[in-house]
Design a protein around this ligand. Sequence first.
Ligand code: CA
Length: 410
Amino acid sequence: MRSTSPLAVPSDALFGAHNLPYGVFSTAADPRRRLGVAYGEYVLDAGAAARATGASAGLTALLSAPSLNPLLAAGRPEWTRARAALTAWLTEAAHQGAVEPCLVPRAEVSLYLPFEVADYVDFYASEHHAANIGRIFRPGGDPLTPNWKHLPIGYHGRAGTVVVSGTPVVRPCGQRKAPADPAPGFGPSSRLDIEAEVGFVVGTPSPQGSRVAAADADAHVFGVCLVNDWSARDIQAWEYVPLGPFLGKSFATSVSPWVVPLDALAAARVAPPVRDTEPLPYLDDRAARPPYGLAIDLEVRLNGHVVARPPFAAMYWTYAQMLAHLTVNGASLRTGDLFASGTVSGPDPLTRGALIELTWNGERPLELPDGTRRGFLADGDEVTITATAPGPAGSRIGFGEVTGRILPAH
Ligand code: CA
């Protein structure tokens, strides 16, 4: 590969040949939404590359779609074929002439929601996060609820308000009642928070009435994105008993524009932390394969200032267990389902993935470099979550970012 070629991407680039995350993009010159693959500082127009290289009609159709959904629905053998083809197009000199014209500088593209979100589920899989929340809200009691180590707790969220990174987030209004208030009032949330999470994108569906075994998770999970589960703590605190999160969460959930294939994360597999409670057999992910979490290192910035570095490797429940639990009652999977991990928090104070933990429910505000303090988010604040994970041969896999700015309530 000539070094002046846009295809000459260093092997240690975050969007190098080992990664190849998928997104949906357009350009000013061509406003059609189409599948792209991030490569170095460029986006490969995947459908154009398929046509230019003479790929099969089937693969060309999957890569020419305006969203990831057709490829997601095609299943793991097609995911493997597509990835092998993309790798060849981007790295083999024989394809250079055909592929180079299909590259667009990343700085020049607009990015969209990469898949049509079917159902959205959010878990609560970090023991450190759950224990911190327990200590804040139930001081003196057990930090974890009695069910916590027996099942991955979750709730069904609102798929229709999942938005792509960069979409502004309007401060939600709702009912809130502080403990000392005699009655609830209505107005803008004054305790708007973030939750730094990892999301799993389901490709292969499952029939209603069937279960997906933990050992079969990788046949269904296509890839991984970053999630910010914006949370209005005051609305949440007043509404959540006894049925769980509702309007305190459903106003917006942001996702990164790039979906990193599970196939790019083989070197990121890591043993989950010691699990000291025997799970029921359907949650036992040790039987058919070594259980693994993923060593994804997140970074949370508030107005450009790093406030936390949450380690996904510390999560108690694995994505295979989450998927097994999600379907154990016979609930079906649909192509485009998104299930998120819940706030990623580690054992140390600077590894906590939500302001409620970082500021201990607002009692210990963060000091920002501009001299201002934050218990929770102010209007105009911008939160950006990025992440990387180990790739093969010492490389790193980049996830890009999920970012959003808070607009005033209206
Ligand atoms: Ca959450």
